[in-house]
Design a binder for this molecule. Structure first.
Ligand code: 13P
Length: 241
């Protein structure tokens, strides 16, 4: 059985006070959440310590939005895996399209970050996806296949999650049609050596479309941006039907 993983990527949102407010509204809703669903929150780095303490004893896991490949060194602005694991972080997002687009992330650095995460016991969520232009040019399959080939060199597929995030669907309200997301995720799975890797869908997931998305047989969860910022909204997503 593949694991179901519902994750909230808060991106560059929430001060510590706002994180605390979110948790007091969100955590009580988890009493209704089926126990086999894994729930992960990805706050900004500055909130990790506080959220880690607040999640102690709860079933929610903690994730970070990035990790450097070295354990320490002169890398201004970066955070290493041991710094994350020390404060209770267990997951990390790697290769998000916003990192690739705005911060020079390449398939080479994505691969280095994945390896460093796994070496230190963090489970990475590798993000892949195509732009609108690439989709319109019929390049969706080749772009994703290329990303997977390069990003997954020498990566252990037993401690890995993949998120299919079509870039044109991120933050736009323009969700990828669920059957199409299911088709692409099936193609991603056919390229993996481990059939049990959970593959999420991400891109304008919200309380109104989560039930249909999760009804698709290939989709093992969601990586949620905007709709994970409000306690009620993310609770509805985690407690999908
Ligand atoms: O990028 C995303 C999650 O990593 C998706 O963001 P939205 O849910 O805001 O479209």
């Amino acid at each position: 059985m593949r694991k179901i993983v519902i994750a909230g990527n808060w991106k560059m949102f929430k001060t510590q006070a706002e994180s605390a407010e979110f948790l007091s509204g969100f955590l009580p809703h988890l009493e209704e959440t089926p126990s086999e669903r894994e729930v992960v929150l990805f706050p900004p780095f500055t909130d990790l310590s506080l959220v880690s303490k607040s999640l102690h004893g709860s079933r929610v896991n903690l994730g970070a939005q990035n990790v450097h490949w070295e354990e320490h060194g002169a890398y201004t602005g970066e955070i290493s895996a041991p710094m994350l694991t020390e404060i209770g972080v267990r997951f990390v997002i790697v290769g998000h399209s916003e990192r690739r687009q705005f911060f020079g992330e390449t398939d080479v650095t994505v691969n280095l970050r994945l390896k460093a995460a796994q070496k230190h016991g963090l489970t990475p969520i590798l993000c892949v996806g195509e732009t609108k232009q690439q989709r319109d040019a019929g390049e969706t399959e080749s772009i994703i296949s290329n990303q997977l080939k390069k990003d997954l060199v020498d990566i252990d597929q037993t401690h890995l999650i993949i998120a299919y995030e079509p870039i044109w669907a991120i933050g736009t309200g323009d969700t990828c049609e669920s059957k199409e997301a299911n088709r692409v995720i099936g193609l991603i799975r056919s390229q993996l050596t481990n059939p049990l890797v959970p593959i999420q869908y991400g891109g304008s997931v919200n309380p109104n479309n989560i039930d249909e998305i999760m009804a698709q047989p290939e989709i093992d969860g969601a990586l949620v941006g905007g709709a994970s910022l409000k306690a009620d909204s993310f609770a509805r997503i985690v407690n999908y039907q």
